[in-house]
Design a protein around this ligand. Structure first.
Ligand SMILES: Nc1ncnc2c1ncn2[C@@H]1O[C@H](COP(=O)(O)OP(=O)(O)OP(=O)(O)O)[C@@H](O)[C@H]1O
Ligand SMILES: [Mg+2]
Length: 150
């Protein structure tokens, strides 16, 4: 069972979900974003980075070629995309184990490819398609914070 669920009707509504999600995420921990190609993982990361008040040095985009982007202040954020990673050995070359131990929020796309190397206590955010621009988003994990009433 997901701990939280939303069904934003369009991109704007997804940005709103990101604001709510930002309040539920710890400042340190690993978050796996699952969802098909184009479901909106990178889009959600960009909205989360903004909602967390972090000013990225560059636009938040898919770290497809660099694999890892790092943003800072007031929360250190790593944005990682494992889509193009094939070998577990590359996983270690990239220093991901160290990143998982860092005092940072680590957001990972395509982590399911290497699920066995991810921390068991990670938070999972899932994005699936609805009709048109609608998406279904769930967030699960013991490390999620509780929702504070407005
Ligand atoms: N409700 C919505 N929420 C998020 N994105 C939406 C929504 N409606 C439409 N979109 C569009 O869907 C696309 C999602 O692309 P995005 O790159 O974020 O997906 P992704 O899951 O990161 O894909 P990939 O697996 O290739 O990394 C964007 O073009 C975005 O504008
Ligand atoms: Mg992406």
């Amino acid at each position: 069972m997901p701990d939280y669920a939303w069904s934003p009707a369009n991109l704007e509504a997804t940005t709103e979900v990101a604001r709510e999600l930002a309040d539920l995420l710890p400042s340190r921990g690993v978050v796996q974003l699952t969802g098909n190609l184009g479901a909106g993982k990178t889009t959600l990361v960009a909205a989360l980075v903004e909602a967390l008040g972090v000013a990225p040095s560059t636009d938040v985009s898919s770290p497809t070629f660099t694999l890892i982007h790092e943003y800072g202040e007031p929360v250190r954020i790593y944005h990682i995309d494992l889509y193009r990673l094939d070998e577990p050995s590359q996983f270690y070359t990239l220093g991901l184990e160290d990143i998982f131990e860092a005092n940072a929020l680590v957001l990972i796309e395509w982590g399911e490819k290497f699920a066995r190397f991810l921390p068991p206590d990670r938070i999972i955010i899932s994005i699936t398609y609805g009709e048109g621009d609608q998406r279904h988003i769930t967030a699960t994990g013991a490390r999620l914070l509780s929702r504070t009433e407005p």
